[in-house]
Design a protein around this ligand. Structure first.
Ligand code: AMP
Length: 213
């Protein structure tokens, strides 16, 4: 990969996109853009967008394309177009097409799309025991990545990490989001990464795929 870093981290909920993105961003100075996090913050702030998207987030449904498009394009523009890591966008073919158009208007294109692969049983095991530290957005797992003692009582379960919402998110992923992988495969951008194993193991695979050391 060249000097430009326009990366998409793609994959089902619970595959580790957020955790891996945060680490890559910190280690290599890439701007991490999580549309999910921006939307959750908007809900918490009770902003106009937050009020519109709350019912989708809580049920594990996708937010309408037009809405999330404007959120993503604003964040990429703020990041400066040459150095960003998209986590959770695009999630539909339409979003992928818009992203392509948006970047070509800026005379550039994506550098790589990493697709994190994980079995459904592993996904459910990860999401049902996931807890988040709201102050930073950092994720923990009650068994595999326990939080430090001093923040333990401040951790919350994401509203969409309930069994019903998890089931819905997986359905939505299979129907609307999985086809995006083919879109990028045809464009020659897709790299598949096995997301099973420890955080460090997967981080090593991700860095290897991106040729980051
Ligand atoms: P995430 O934090 O990436 O798991 O996203 C949490 C939730 O935010 C999703 O279940 C959707 O409701 C919404 N969301 C985030 N990104 C998108 C997107 N690209 N398209 C539609 N909805 C999104």
């Amino acid at each position: 990969m060249g000097a430009d870093r326009r990366i998409v981290l793609f994959g089902p909920p619970g595959a580790g996109k957020g955790t891996q993105s945060r680490k890559l961003a910190r280690r290599f100075g890439i701007t991490h853009i999580s549309t999910g996090r921006i939307l959750r913050d908007a809900v918490r702030a009770n902003s106009v967008i937050g009020i519109k998207v709350n019912r989708f987030l809580v049920r594990g449904l996708l937010v309408p394309d037009e809405l999330v498009r404007s959120v993503a394009e604003r964040a990429i523009t703020e990041a400066g177009v040459d150095n960003f890591l998209l986590d959770g966008y695009p999630r539909t073919i339409r979003q992928a097409e818009w992203l392509k158009e948006f970047l070509s208007e800026h005379h550039c294109q994506l550098s790589a799309v990493l697709s994190l692969k994980l079995s459904e049983s592993d996904i459910i095991a990860r999401l049902s025991r996931r807890r988040v530290y709201p102050a930073t957005g950092e994720n923990f797992h009650l068994d595999h990545k326990p939080p430090p003692e001093d923040i333990r009582t401040k951790l919350v379960r994401r509203l969409d990490d309930t069994p019903d919402a998890i089931r819905k998110r997986l359905q939505v992923y299979r129907k609307d989001t999985a086809p995006v992988a083919r879109f990028y495969e045809q464009a020659g951008l897709l790299v598949r990464i096995d997301a099973a194993g420890t955080f460090e193991t997967v981080h090593g695979r991700v860095c290897g795929a991106l040729q980051l050391t």
